[in-house]
Design a protein around this ligand. Structure first.
Ligand SMILES: Cc1cc2nc3c(=O)[nH]c(=O)nc-3n(C[C@H](O)[C@H](O)[C@H](O)COP(=O)(O)OP(=O)(O)OC[C@H]3O[C@@H](n4cnc5c(N)ncnc54)[C@H](O)[C@@H]3O)c2cc1C
Length: 548
């Protein structure tokens, strides 16, 4: 009787041509030698032990126990076996720590992101608590609050699993996740006026099993709006493991990320400390969001890569109409398009990792600091959309099997769908991109010079058409921006998403071209160049009114 061989994974580092080639270009030879073993080991874990446990853990979900047998409110969260192992492996392998040890200066961020990229697809979004842990460490370090730095940062960046803490980030309230200036949580000062107690409701709090959280609240008497909020540090449980005046009302019943315990909370006098001043909380939490947005992009690329690794393997095993799918021209063409999209996203996410690393070691030039400010939202929104598209197509490459839960495939799509939503939706980040550009006179200049740096090395004539596509999209983006500025806020806001996605895809193509030139492998750049780079269209606001 016919038996279909399932898709399997090998060492996820050794099998990843794009990752190895990229690292070979950006890391000096001695650094590559030093980091390669850690990546190969993570690639082995991701393709073997972790992946096997992930499949076995499929039906497990975190649980919330609100009361003990004697009527005490305990609000205990239990995560699944995969997450317990993921926490240990993440600490021991330095999936956060590597960025702070800075053994290789700014390139440590690239090394860390490569570890996260390999680790993420086999650990069911354990990247979520790690992203917030990393972001909290960066925020506390930037805050200059020595007491909190000494208290928390060593736990956040340790490699000892027994000492390791994770952090939550509690911003979203019922009033809004995008418009957090509407937050209703109040901070009442204690007698020493140094510490506060928080009262309010937080509506989406992921990784609720974390030991600490950074959160926003309005000190009593502060004005409404974002400026009146302050950034607070809190520890979630006391020395007996009891919640510190925090009630976990329920865990969200979500489409995906089901291993992530995302809770609704009531803060009822939760002790908290100011991180940095009694106002400007939204501005002060920005370092955390920059890091979690980088993680979001790395996660997007890693899920795309995982889907393609499985789809490519399956195509070699699945026979239809007399030959393996891997020999069918149309199936090959479909996979090639997805591969180009994935490589494009990969280079953009890792470029932001490089710039982030430079900004953390003060190696960054002023122009590149402005570029990083523009590219962080652009990268997050672009790769988030790409991951959903690729995951959806990957499922289709498996036919019916892609729709069946115990293949372990549908979770790729469900988990990808969160990436354009949390840490800033596509629209919200598109508007943020416009704000980033308005920080200076010629806002697009850092972006344009980054594109020029990619293109100026090109000699291979096979890349000529792709170079033309980049130049034309960049030119169109510049013209649109100038026209929209003249036309007014409605045109500007209305076109922001198409504009930001065009910037993202243009930068991706320029980076693909650069690495095509360096590796003499032009296929991804040539294919991606014809995959819709310039998405800007002129639209009449009246059409929008007619349509709605
Ligand atoms: C699984 C999951 C886990 C989460 N974990 C956390 C967490 O740990 N901590 C936390 O703080 N939050 C968390 N969130 C919340 C998340 O960050 C918010 O859901 C998100 O920021 C959007 O906010 P909202 O849900 O209030 O939507 P809204 O802000 O109401 O947005 C609704 C829609 O309106 C659009 N929109 C909003 N403003 C504009 C505008 N000016 N112009 C055009 N369009 C606009 C948005 O793009 C969106 O499509 C989580 C969410 C999910 C799904």
């Amino acid at each position: 009787m016919f038996q279909q061989a399932p898709p399997t994974l090998g060492n996820q580092y050794d099998d990843d041509r794009v990752l190895r080639s990229y690292l070979g270009h950006v890391l000096p030879g001695d650094v590559m030698e030093e980091v390669e073993e850690s990546l190969r080991e993570m690639g082995r874990l991701a393709g073997a032990d972790l992946y096997e446990l992930q499949l076995a853990d499929r039906l497990n979900e975190p649980t919330l126990t609100q009361w003990d047998a004697w009527g005490n409110r305990i609000d205990k969260i239990e995560v699944t076996p995969l997450w317990r192992l993921a926490e240990r492996i993440a600490a021991e392998h330095g999936v956060v720590a590597t960025a702070y040890e800075q053994t290789h200066g700014s390139l440590s961020r690239v090394h860390q992101c490569a570890l996260a990229y390999l680790f993420t697809p086999s650990t069911d979004i354990y990247s979520c608590p790690l992203a917030m842990t990393d972001g909290a460490a960066r925020t506390l370090l930037n805050s200059g609050n020595q007491e909190l730095i000494d208290r928390a940062v060593p736990h956040l960046i340790t490699r000892d699993p027994n000492e390791f803490w994770t952090a939550g980030q509690w911003m979203t309230e019922l009033t809004g996740g995008s418009d957090v200036g509407l937050s209703e949580t109040i901070a009442k000062p204690e007698a020493d006026s140094k510490s506060f107690r928080l009262y309010g409701r937080k509506w989406f709090t992921s990784a609720i099993a974390s030991q600490i959280a950074l959160t926003l609240a309005r000190p009593e008497g502060n004005p409404p709006g974002g400026r009146g909020l302050a950034l607070f540090y809190l520890e979630t449980r006391d020395e007996h493991g009891r919640p510190r005046n925090i009630q976990i009302n329920r865990l969200k019943d979500k489409l995906g990320t089901r291993k992530v315990p995302t809770a609704e909370l009531t803060l009822d006098g939760t002790p908290a400390q100011l991180v940095k001043g009694p106002t400007d909380g939204v501005r002060n939490i920005a370092p955390l969001l920059n890091i979690t947005r980088l993680w979001n992009g790395i996660s997007a690329v890693s899920l795309m890569r995982r889907g393609l690794a499985l789809a490519s393997d399956y195509a070699r095993k699945r026979v239809a109409f007399g030959a393996p799918l891997s020999e069918k021209p149309l199936h090959r063409d479909t996979l090639a398009t997805l591969q180009a999209e994935t490589e494009a996203a990969f280079h953009l996410a890792f470029y932001v990792a490089e710039l982030t690393g430079q900004s953390e070691t003060s190696e960054i030039l002023e122009n590149d600091a402005r570029l990083l400010r523009i590219l962080t939202p652009v990268m997050k929104l672009t790769t988030g959309k790409q991951s959903v598209m690729v995951a959806s197509e990957v499922l289709e490459t498996f036919g019916g099997a892609g729709y069946v839960e115990d293949t372990g495939l549908p979770v790729l799509l469900r988990d990808s769908q969160v990436l354009p939503i949390w840490e800033g939706t596509t629209n919200v980040l598109a508007l943020d991109t416009l704000r980033a550009l308005h920080g200076s006179d010629n806002g697009l200049a850092p972006f344009e010079s980054a594109i020029t740096r990619c293109l100026e090395i090109v000699q291979d004539s096979r890349l000529a058409d792709a170079v033309r596509v980049v130049r034309s999209a960049l030119d169109h983006a510049g013209r649109w921006l100038a026209d929209a500025e003249r036309a007014g806020p409605e045109e500007m806001e209305g076109g922001a998403r198409r504009f930001a996605l065009t910037l993202g895809r243009t930068m991706e193509l320029a980076l693909l071209i650069k690495y095509a030139q360096l590796s003499h492998d032009c296929a991804a750049a040539r294919r991606f160049a014809s995959s819709g780079i310039d998405l800007i269209v002129d639209y009449d606001p009246n059409d929008v009114s007619d349509l709605l």
